[in-house]
Design a protein around this ligand. Structure first.
Ligand SMILES: C[S@@+](CC[C@H](N)C(=O)[O-])C[C@H]1O[C@@H](n2cnc3c(N)ncnc32)[C@H](O)[C@@H]1O
Length: 485
């Protein structure tokens, strides 16, 4: 006799866990779906959970008539088909789906287990990954049917804006990621969120919520970050130099002492007065006043949120910088830049109100995070807040200041900045950084973390520079090791 529950991989998601999943999506993705699709919707607990967070239309498919009737009864407005996902023809409904959240929990059963039951609950195309020859024969084409359901959905929706969030075995999630990498499938981000399947479904298998965000700006993903539901970082898996890695116990050769000094950006605690915006060639301050001061002490300013999309000479903000180095007396401004001095004096109270004790006993209008390095032409900067580290070379005609949420290395030579930036953005460095950062922290990438990158230890052969360029870079920056001595 067939065990129906097993044959149909039937583990209905408890309503409170379905709510946890939907809430997670709602809280972490700025995405308002027109449609929620549940490809094997069971009694419809995901629909029920979604009502609290989204006003989207609902669409489900379910093979079990009792379940689809229950789902329909509880969600009269939902379109629910009672049929197999494997025979359902998507094309007839594809037109109506706009921005879609594909949500759910596909059946937990593999094609091999189904074989034992003599079951036909299978996709028509079993060699979905198009394995050839020996691979196809030697069992590589064994798969969980949830894997084929998810991959089919990803193919169907590949040209649309959607987020897919599905509960599945962790092995299924990893296989899907590998397949997406292999086929250069583009998404914005792929995440795995661990959960305890014993507690939720009474099944002892590593399980997760797999989230594939294809809502915008898609590109081939070579990494997947693994988290818990509270967003605490667990691990990273992915491809480095085309080789798959599981990051557990990862240790890097890069670990050491950085030869360059990482700097934190400028700190003034007086943004209303010091930070300016350009409005038709006029500087405006945070009090909406027109600011007429000499140009010399005004510099372009980059904040954390600007780094990722930095474009040369396009700036939203500017900053008035009162010192060339820390503790420097600011009285010199009076002589040389009288308009600037008058502006500072006019807003003296705002500076006096600065709460932090660091400003006490300092010259008036003092700032922190200022030195020769602030005035160097090229900066390789990162936001301390980013969960995925991205480094950018920041520059303009005038030195660009970065705010104190960012860290940077400063260079006078453009090539040095470019090489350093490529090293920092390399898979090896990013993996290393992620393996030593506290991803649960508000600022995962601190000066302490960044200062562990030892540039001498980097494998320069993987960079796209000539030997001469690398040699010159190393010599200029004291990284050249002459093996003869
Ligand atoms: C793991 S349960 C999840 C149910 C529901 N999505 C939830 O999360 O509560 C899998 C569901 O898939 C249904 N199912 C199994 N094979 C199916 C198929 N070929 N087409 C559509 N639904 C199927 C089962 O009846 C079951 O309701």
């Amino acid at each position: 006799m067939l065990d129906n529950k097993k044959e149909y991989g039937d583990y209905q998601t408890p309503l409170d866990f379905a709510s946890t999943v939907v809430k997670y999506i709602k809280n972490n993705y700025d995405f308002t779906p027109d449609f929620i699709i549940e490809p094997s919707c069971g009694i419809g607990n995901f629909f029920e959970a979604s009502k609290k967070y989204y006003k989207s239309e609902m669409f489900g498919i379910e093979i079990n008539k009792n379940y689809s009737d229950t789902a329909k009864k509880n969600n009269p407005k939902a379109i629910i088909y009672n049929e197999s996902i494997f025979s359902y023809k998507w094309d007839k409904d594809m037109e109506k789906f706009g921005k879609t959240l594909i949500l759910g929990n596909p059946p937990w059963v593999s094609n091999t287990e189904l074989g034992k039951f003599g079951s036909k609950n299978l996709p028509q195309k079993t060699n979905l990954k198009k394995y050839k020859g020996l691979e196809a024969l030697s069992g590589m084409s064994n798969f969980d049917i949830s894997e084929s359901i998810i991959l089919n959905l990803l193919n169907k929706f590949s040209k649309r804006k959607f987020i897919l969030a599905m509960l599945c075995k962790k092995s299924v999630a990893i296989n899907i990621f590998k397949e997406l990498y292999r086929t250069s499938y583009k998404s914005r981000n792929i995440k795995i969120i661990n959960f305890d399947s014993k507690k939720i479904f009474n099944i002892s298998v590593p399980a997760c919520l797999l989230i594939i965000d294809c809502s915008s700006d898609t590109k081939v993903q070579n990494e997947v970050n693994i988290y818990n539901f509270n967003n605490s970082y667990v691990d990273t898996i992915g491809y480095a130099d085309n080789k798959f890695f599981l990051n557990t116990n990862y240790s890097s050769d890069l670990d050491g002492k950085c030869e360059f000094e990482w700097r934190q950006g400028i700190k003034h605690d007086c943004s209303k007065i010091c930070e300016l915006e350009l409005n038709k060639k006029n500087y405006m301050n945070g009090l909406k006043e027109k600011v007429e001061i000499e140009e010399d002490l005004v510099y372009p300013l980059i904040k954390s949120s600007h780094i990722k999309n930095f474009k040369e000479n396009v700036f939203k903000k500017y900053v008035l910088v009162t010192q060339k180095k820390m503790k420097e007396d600011t009285l010199w401004i009076k002589e040389k830049y009288p308009k600037t001095w008058n502006y500072l004096e006019k807003h003296k109270d705002n500076f006096m109100k600065r709460k932090s004790s660091i400003y006490k006993k300092m010259p008036q209008y003092s700032m922190f995070g200022i030195g020769d390095y602030s005035y160097m032409k090229y900066k390789v900067a990162i936001s301390g807040f980013y969960k995925d580290p991205i480094f950018k070379v920041i520059f303009s005609e005038k030195p660009v200041m970065v705010d104190d949420t960012c860290y940077f290395l400063a260079f006078e030579n453009k090539k040095d900045a470019e090489i350093v930036c490529d090293i920092l953005n390399s898979t090896e460095t990013i993996r290393f950084l992620k393996s030593i950062s506290d991803m649960t922290a508000k600022r995962p990438f601190t000066k302490k973390v960044l200062s562990r990158i030892e540039f001498k230890k980097f494998n320069y052969e993987i960079l796209n520079y000539t030997e001469k360029e690398i040699l010159d870079f190393k010599i200029r920056n004291g990284l050249y090791i002459n093996k003869l001595f």
